[in-house]
Unconditional design. Structure first.
Length: 300
């Protein structure tokens, strides 16, 4: 299927307070966010016109901006209303939603106090990141790049610059014949995928790395809540690279990936089983419920 350029589409994008035609949503080439990565964003999904966990995503967007030392010029309520407005305007009830905030072109240097903060929100149809046949299990390379120490980067923020590592790791994985990659942390222990959190089934329990140098994903927290509701023991801990061989099932989670089974990590192979299938089933049911039902059934 041919790719549609993201600058040449029909539809609307919410930009700094108003809907504008998609092709007219422009950013100046000397924007601080482009040169110095002073940008934060969210990835959200709408199912049947309702954006899943919109409140949690909006809260994280605002907190990410604060970690990069800027304040969004809109309230959480205004941002959530704008996200819903974009989904409705583009007429795609099942859509991926992308809010992004960045520093503008008023000042171009490492210092950026004089810049204006901009906010844009777009939405478009985007099926699961790994496609409809993901039940066979995606194949992950072990990346050469590592997630940095939390004292060297704002790792608790969904900051644009941090995804450079994921892009490089994913490209190298594709060159090696894999679909994605898993990254270790700066110590060499398991961290996450290029844009997904990871879970391992070991001895009937669900083990996942403690998010000390990567995002504590909203889908991740939802899965933990669902698993506990099913009386599945969840263990958050440091996981050494060698321990991956002990797992019988592996899956990754994220807004774009939703819940995707893993068939291989390097030379290791895995088969989706009962726990993966249970969590996937419960998640698929949850995403089609109302926000109130979601928060009650799977609090995060």
């Amino acid at each position: 299927m041919a790719l549609i350029p993201f600058d040449d589409r029909d539809g609307s994008i919410w930009l700094d307070g108003a809907l504008v035609p998609w092709r007219e949503a422009k950013v100046h080439v000397l924007s601080h966010g482009l040169h110095y990565a002073s940008a934060v964003f969210e990835g959200e999904r709408a199912y049947g016109g309702t954006i899943f966990r919109l409140d949690a995503h909006t809260k994280r967007l605002i907190e990410s901006g604060a970690l990069l030392d800027f304040k969004l010029p809109f309230t959480a309520e205004q941002i959530m209303a704008a996200c819903n407005q974009v989904v409705a305007a583009n007429g795609e009830p099942d859509a991926y939603v992308r809010p992004i905030a960045w520093r503008g072109p008023e000042q171009l240097s490492v210092s950026a106090e004089a810049t204006k903060i901009h906010l844009a929100i777009a939405s478009w149809p985007w099926p699961n990141l790994f496609g409809d046949d993901r039940m066979k299990g995606v194949r992950l390379d072990v990346a050469d790049w590592k997630r940095p120490h939390p004292e060297t980067a704002p790792t608790a923020a969904k900051a644009a610059g941090l995804y450079m590592i994921g892009t490089m790791a994913k490209h190298k994985a594709a060159q090696r014949g894999f679909e994605d990659a898993i990254l270790m942390d700066w110590k060499g222990d398991v961290a996450e995928g290029t844009g997904e959190n990871v879970f391992f089934v070991m001895d009937g329990e669900l083990h996942t790395p403690t998010p000390i140098c990567f995002l504590n994903g909203i889908t991740r927290r939802t899965v933990i809540s669902l698993a506990k509701h099913q009386q599945i023991k969840v263990v958050e801990r440091t996981i050494a690279r060698a321990e991956m061989a002990k797992a019988t099932e592996v899956f990754v989670t994220g807004t774009a990936a939703e819940i995707t089974p893993v068939g291989a990590i390097g030379d290791l192979t895995f088969t989706p089983g009962r726990i993966t299938e249970t969590v996937m089933r419960d998640y698929d049911e949850l995403i089609h419920q109302s926000p109130a039902q979601v928060n009650q059934r799977a609090p995060i």
